[in-house]
Write a protein that binds this ligand. Sequence first.
Ligand SMILES: Nc1ncnc2c1ncn2[C@@H]1O[C@H](COP(=O)(O)OP(=O)(O)OP(=O)(O)O)[C@@H](O)[C@H]1O
Ligand SMILES: [Zn+2]
Length: 709
Amino acid sequence: MTVCKQRENRIRILHELPYRLRIRISVLHDPAFDPVYLEAVLLNVPGVEAVRFNLKAACIAVRYDGNMQNRELILACLENIPHETFQADIHREPVTDSLSVAINGILAFLTPALPRPFRPPLSWGLALPTLTQGITTSLTEGIRVETLDAAAVGFSLLRKDYFTANIIVFLLALGGYLEQLSEEKTNALLRSLLRPQSEEVWVERDGQEVKVSADEITIGDLVICGSGEMIPVDGEVSGGEALVNQSSITGESVPIHVQPGDEVLSGSLVSEGRIKISARQVGQETTTARISRFLENSLRFKSKTQKQSDILADKLVPVTFGLGLASWLLTRDIRRAASVLTVDYSCAVKLSTPVAVKMSMFSAAHCGVLIKGSHALDALSRVDTLVFDKTGTLTRGILIVTDIFPLENMSEDELLALAAAAEEHYAHPVAKAVVKAARERNLEMLSLSQVDFIVAHGVSAYVEGERVLVGSHHFIAEDEGIDCSAADSLAREIRGQGKSLLYVARGDVLEGVIALQDELRPEAPEVLRQLKHHGIQKIVILTGDHRDTARALAARLDAVDKVHWELKPEDKAEIVRELREAGHVLAFAGDGVNDAPALVTADVGICMPGGADLARESAQVVLLKEDLNTLVAAKEIADNSLEIIQNCFTSAVGFNSIFLLLAMCGVLPPAAAALLHNMNTVGILGYAAMAGKKPPQCFEEGEQACTHP
Ligand SMILES: Nc1ncnc2c1ncn2[C@@H]1O[C@H](COP(=O)(O)OP(=O)(O)OP(=O)(O)O)[C@@H](O)[C@H]1O
Ligand SMILES: [Zn+2]
């Protein structure tokens, strides 16, 4: 763990129970301190169940399982807080807690009952934060909502209308609190979904490649990473070469080429090649960093809709201001002007949009879909074309070897053993199927060297000293020029049954073919039909597989409009690009390594559960359950959220216009204007929260369907 040397950190245990620790930590006062980050770090310490911060008191409360060893780990972690916890660019809203909002409210409503001399100091005191905020914002950013708020409160105070001033301050705090509450809830849920499962990685020990759980890696271990895998450690490349994508860390999406001597960071993804990494930093801190970065990235971006409504809201602020000024100039009635200023459009609009978005993300997560931020939600609601990568999305992606056809010199077992040897370290579904079949037959693993994975083609390796190729017909016959005609009629027959074929060659001779069967997900035909009812106009299937296999599958899905076959990953991305250029808003659903380019090219990338790391990282929508129905739910939730945002906007503008008009006519005194306006805001906020939380229709009846993760 990297310790930040410049920051002196003192920790002191304030209070201790068998399962609880309350600790004062001096660095919590640091303005750059990011509690979300530290919380994620702590939640990854074994035994830790919950973490709560009290930033004002620089205190942290940790609930854990009471294990003494874990207690030590917690303390060690707090003594050496990772430097990533301090983010210079972090911009956090001041935290409001329920107690201060409640006190604010009580004081506001009690104002008229208080003895007169108490009113001014109390009200000025309560209003101070709003006034300072308003002045600072006006000076740094120009006229904003904060300016209006401060002006409305300030005018009321100057007019000695303390009740109105206090009511406005209270309602502002309440709005902020409600927003914060929904945000915390969503963040907590998302974080729990993202807790890493124990992953398995390949390491080299005593010259042998063995699979170990990620937490067992120690410093100095040689970790092996192939294409599509996420690098689990920070370290130095000690063998091999690869293209590595660091976008999740640096934001730079162009892959870099690494070779021995270069540094790699955990959380980067190997997009091509295979490298051996000497581990320098391992375990908790790397995984945690990964999750937090991810969370931050997905929650901090604002969507188009959100930005648009923000901009519009900001534009309406000067209008309100102008109207206030005009009514004062015309009538010389400062009360009237204050009334006008208390009514502004922007707060309802600005507050309700994020609430609706967060709540939609929340209910999506409940139904088994992770939607990464408002941008994804927004895009998903506008999607009209859905492109599926065949394997692992429409099909289960768990292939099974059904037949083995050796051509002449070999037995079935020998052919399978040969293919399995070459495929052993590949994470591709084809490779997994072959290796599994070989294990089931208890075949001995042959020794291999010089493995090369050719994405979307197959693998080339030296097995017992001889060059072996395993892959598609295109790879063996066209790229490698090996005569495959002996298997032609057989191949046609097998593919007609919807199976896929793998060609196995040794020393430039085709040795045989292996037939693999993938199962169509039973819900797929109905799900595609449903999606067409939810605004999807066009459904396309893309596959790297052979034409005949692709067609056999598409024949069973009546909602499919078009099928493209024998594609390379770049081709898939190219088709996606062309469709976008033709004006379609497009979602791409995939699961594998080979999909990443298409996933990022699409307006919305959708990743299947258990997809490759690279795909999970590239996608904006991740399905968490092995059920395509969740896709329909996601689409419905997205559509719903857009509707909610529009409704909020319409009612905010509608109601407030009426209030504004009444205020300008002098019918509405400032206190009443503040009350109506803010009740309207809170009402809209409540609507956004409730409507966003509603489970989608397709999940209402299915009791089983909407379980907590
Ligand atoms: N590890 C491998 N071993 C053998 N053949 C492979 C391997 N990887 C890919 N292939 C061959 O290349 C073809 C295309 O691979 P690709 O990964 O692009 O498609 P896929 O995942 O099988 O199907 P889809 O594109 O529908 O997801 C496969 O059908 C297979 O014949
Ligand atoms: Zn090729």
